[in-house]
Structure formats: C-alpha cells, structure tokens
Design a protein around this ligand. Structure first.
Ligand code: PXP
Length: 240
C-alpha cells in the first residue's frame, strides 16, 4: 500500500497568522524525502489553506505525484487544466464545513460530472472520485469513467464501538472488492490515524491511503520526517 500525505494543515497554520511560514511546499519536499509516494492538497474556493502560489510551486517541485483535491466548479476546472496535476480528486465542498464532510452525490449531478471528468481526462489527468462506501457509488464511478475511487473513511474513523467499527469496515471492504473487480483503482482517506489504520491496510484492494491531520499533528511533536516514516511503517507492514 502507498502513502500519500495531505499537506493542507501546514498551510492552515501559516494562514492562522497570515505569514509566510510554515511553507506547505517545503513540507511536501520533506514528506517525499521521508518516503511519501504522493502529495495531496485541496484548493478551496475560499483559499483557506492552500493557495494558487502553493499549487504552482507544488506542481514544479513534487517528484512523486500531485493529487489536487477540488470541487467540480468552472474555476477549479480552469486551474486544473492550467496546472496539470497527475490526479484530480473531486470532492464536495461547503463553505461552512471545517473539513470535507462526506462523499460526492454522484447520482444528483451525473451529467455535470460526466462532462467535467471528460475534460480532465482529455488532458491525461487521472480522475478520482471521493465517495461514501455505498455500492451504488461504484456503479456511478464506472459509468462516469473515473479512474480511481477514494473511499471516505471518516465514518469508520468516528465509530466508537467494536460493532459499529466492524459494520463500517465491512462496507469499505465490500465496495473495495466491487470497484477493483470493475477495474477501478481503490484508495481511501479521511480521519485515518496511527491507531485506526491497520484494518484499512489489511483490505487487499486498497492501493493507497491519503492522510493529513494525524500525520501533521504528530509532526508538531516528533518532526515531519519521523511522523511520515512512522505512518509508512504501518502502511507497509500488513498485520502489524
Ligand atoms: N481525502 C480527502 C478527499 C480529504 O478531503 C481529506 C481531508 O482534507 C483527506 C483525505 C485527509 O483527511 P485527514 O486530514 O483526516 O487525514
């Protein structure tokens, strides 16, 4: 399994003071030196963390692969086509949310998503759809010719009883198998941390996890390089 690091929280810290540090672009370089296999950033409409300058520099400097998370808007389509990241992950976006709260509602916007995805794919950008673990979403993703699904693990991460955790895991596992059988690349992310990652690592179809908050939080105490390496050790050692 591969580890991609979301560096938005480094930018959030910078924006808290409106200063130039800490620089998320430097963070991306350190994550890659520590072994991360991808860098993820979410350019939001309100630029509350990553901004256009960051994205430009990330495109120039990231050597693994750059995954741009964004909403399906005309502005973001234009930026994605100018920037040409290796991957675009489409996410729903609400101004009032602290972080992405759920997966895409593909059923409600199928025609719009179809056109949007076609445009991105015509520029050789791989398209990932952030979806809740519902089998219907796999069918939609196939119909929309997505390359990747990123399964939203936020609900799994928030569960507290063994029974609820197992229920969520089972949903994630079922749609991972379904999606892989249909030829989609399967990834997962949101709310994953050093304590809850292992059951996700042990789902064979999941090829990559996208992790931000827990790694950047640990980095405050241990340094970013060690925080990435600690997570890599878990992600690469199944049945740890
Ligand atoms: N994947 C997606 C689509 C996200 O929106 C986020 C949060 O920005 C993540 C993964 C990473 O989540 P977390 O910061 O909880 O690790």
């Amino acid at each position: 399994m591969r580890l991609a690091i979301n560096i938005d929280h480094v930018a959030t810290l910078r924006e808290a003071r409106g200063e130039i540090e800490p620089d998320p672009v430097t963070a991306a370089g350190i994550c890659e030196l520590a072994g991360a296999e991808g860098i993820v950033c979410h350019l939001r409409e309100d630029r509350r963390h990553i901004n256009d300058r960051d994205l430009r520099l990330l495109k120039e400097t990231v050597q693994s692969k750059l995954d741009l998370e964004m909403a399906a808007t005309d502005e973001m389509l234009r930026i994605a086509i100018e920037t040409l990241p290796e991957i675009v992950t489409l996410v729903p976006e609400k101004r009032s949310e602290l972080t992405t709260e759920g997966g895409l509602n593909l059923a409600a916007g199928k025609e719009m998503y179809k056109e949007f995805i076609k445009e991105l794919k015509s520029k050789d950008i791989l398209v990932s759809l952030f979806i809740d673990p519902d089998p219907a979403n796999v069918d939609h993703a196939v119909e929309l010719s997505a390359d990747i699904i990123e399964i939203h693990t936020g609900k799994y991460a928030n569960m507290r009883t063994e029974k609820d955790i197992l229920t969520e895991l089972s949903k994630i596992s079922v749609i991972s198998t379904m999606a892989a059988e249909q030829g989609l690349i399967v990834t997962a992310g949101h709310g994953l941390n050093y304590r809850n990652i292992m059951p996700i690592v042990n789902i064979p179809e999941i090829q990559e996890v996208s992790i931000g908050h827990s790694v950047i939080s640990r980095a405050v105490f241990t340094g970013l390089e060690k925080a990435v390496q600690d997570m890599l050790q878990l992600v690469r050692n199944k049945n740890y």
